[in-house]
Design a protein around this ligand. Sequence first.
Ligand code: KIV
Length: 279
Amino acid sequence: MKKVTAPAVTALKSERKITMVTAYDYPSGLIADAAGVDMILVGDSLGMVVLGYEDTLSVTMDDMVHHAAAVSRGAKNPLIVADLPFMSYHESISQAVANAGRFLKETGARAVKLEGGTLYAEHVRAIVNSGIPVQGHIGLTPQHIARFGGFKAQGKTAEAAKGLMDDALALQDAGCFSIVLEAVPAEVAKIISERLSIPTIGIGAGPDTDGQVLVYHDILGLFDRFVPMFVKKYAELRSASVEAISKYRDEVISGTFPERGHSSHMKDEELEAFVSMLN
Ligand code: KIV
C-alpha cells in the first residue's frame, strides 16, 4: 500500500468510502497499519480510553505529541492525523499554527484535526497556509461538553442543522481537506456530504458520509466504561484479555508456568562445576 496523503484522501471522495480508526501508541499504530486503513487519528479521546480521565479536557499538547510519535513509529502507510487538544488553538491564531507545527516537526503526523466550525475558520486558514493539512470536526465536539451539558447529539433541529451546514462550508472554504461529523442526524450528514466537495468522515452520523471513523478501543471491545450508541464492537478483547491474564496468574500460583522450554538451561558438567565452586 502507498503512503496516504491528505490530497489523496480528498480525492477518494469520488471513488470509494474512506476508512479511519484512532490509535494511541506503537502497537495500535502497527495494527491499524496492518489492517490497511486510509487514516489514523491520534485522537484526544486518548484522555478517556488510555489515560483514564472522565473527558478529553485535561489532555495536553505534550500528551498528544508523545502518543502521536509512538503511533508514527508503528504506522508507515496511513495518513496520521493528530488532534489539537483543548486550549491548544483557542487562544490565538499564532498559538494554533505553532501547536499544529509541533505535530509535524516532532511526530510523524502529516495532518492535524481541530474541533469547531465558523469560529475557528481563520485558525484553520492560517494552519493550512503554513503548509499543514487540517481536518475539521463539527457536531458533537467533546471539547465543548461543558457548553453542551454533556456528550449530546447535535444538529437535531432545522436551525441547528443549518448551523452545521454553515460551519462545514466555512471549514471547506478555509482549506480543510476533510471534516469529521460526530453524532449528527444521518439525514443532516447526508445533505452536508452531498453539498461539500471535500469528504466527510462520520462517527454516529449514519451511512451516507464519505467515510467512517471509530475509536480503536470501541471496535475491539477494550473499553466498556462508556459505550456510545454509534459504536459497533468487532471483537471482545477486554474479556479475552482478563481471561488470559487470570489464566497466567492461576498458572504461576499452581506452578504450571513457566515450563522447561521457557528458560535456557546449563549443561550438566557446567552445573556440577558451578555447584562445586560454591562448596
Ligand atoms: O478524539 C477522537 O477520538 C475523535 C474521534 C471520536 C473523531 O475526535
